[in-house]
Design a protein around this ligand. Structure first.
Ligand SMILES: NC(=O)c1ccc[n+]([C@@H]2O[C@H](COP(=O)([O-])OP(=O)(O)OC[C@H]3O[C@@H](n4cnc5c(N)ncnc54)[C@H](O)[C@@H]3O)[C@@H](O)[C@H]2O)c1
Length: 248
């Protein structure tokens, strides 16, 4: 009997780390759903993934809207009949200082980086619990582990909170054969780090023991492992992928 390919929703997969995650999952035979607000780049990601022989799909969604997340999960479940993996990757950088920070910026960062992950998890868990198998992987940040160097408090707090949320959900669903883990990347070569000045980037790079920024593939391969059957005994964990910049 043929086994059905697993389906993974990857938020923020039109570019950067999310795109590399979708490609890496596809190389492992998983069908990625590219869930992103940037539909043009999402379509390009689907084309790139087609080269692996896997037909990915794109879904235009603003993950800060619980209504849009709920609709997306329902549509994906209807299309494929199952949702096996969720990677909560969509995120935005915020460098607002304590003096500059206002309510709008705080809410923007929390809604995209944190609220989205809670409610996407809530929605996919309905299917995973029923299936008796699932993987949720949250992309946190080194900033959530040690306060961050050049990031503002809204960003660092959202990333620390997603680690707490990872452990909480992991506890609730472990008995259902569902694992929930977080990855905390250090500075990684994507458009997001263009938010740092040349001096900030140089300082960050100088503190990375292996002597270079991370590559999106370094994060993506860790996700592919956590999403696999081989990682069935890892749950509630935070995996640091940062070239030795921070050791917790
Ligand atoms: N690049 C780094 O140095 C670094 C380090 C640590 C953690 N991270 C985390 O990794 C994740 C990916 O970051 P990246 O570096 O690839 O960033 P990126 O800016 O290259 O990509 C982010 C993706 O998220 C999408 N996105 C943004 N807001 C969205 C929304 N409201 N709804 C749906 N999609 C949305 C964007 O369209 C984009 O495709 C983020 O959570 C980020 O905080 C990045």
């Amino acid at each position: 009997m043929e086994t059905k390919a697993r389906v993974a929703i990857v938020t923020g997969a039109a570019k950067g780390i999310g795109r590399a995650i979708a490609i890496s999952l596809a190389k492992n035979g998983v069908i990625p759903v590219i869930a992103d607000i940037d539909h043009e780049n999402a379509k390009l990601a689907v084309e790139e993934i087609a080269q692996t022989g896997v037909a990915a799909v794109s879904y235009m969604v603003d993950v800060s809207s619980v209504e849009q997340i709920t609709r997306m999960v329902e549509d994906v479940a209807q299309q494929f009949g199952h949702i096996d993996i969720l990677v909560n990757n969509a995120g935005v950088l915020s460098k607002a200082s304590i003096e500059e920070l206002n309510e709008t910026e705080w809410d923007r960062v929390m809604n995209i980086n944190l609220k989205s992950a809670m409610f996407a998890s809530q929605q996919v868990l309905k299917h995973m619990v029923q299936q008796g198998w699932g993987r949720i992987i949250n992309i946190a940040s080194m900033a959530g582990r040690m306060g961050g160097f050049s990031t503002g408090c809204a960003y660092s707090t959202s990333k620390a909170a997603i680690i707490g949320m990872t452990m909480c959900i992991a506890r609730k669903v472990a008995k259902n054969n569902i694992t929930v883990n977080a990855i905390a990347p250090g500075p990684t070569e994507t458009e997001l780090v263009k938010g740092f000045t040349a001096e900030e980037l140089k300082n960050l790079e100088d503190s990375i023991l292996v002597g270079r920024l991370g590559k999106p593939e370094n994060i993506a391969e860790t996700v592919a492992f956590l999403a696999s059957d081989a990682a069935s005994f890892i749950t509630g964990a935070v995996i640091d992928v940062n070239g030795g910049m921070f050791m917790g």
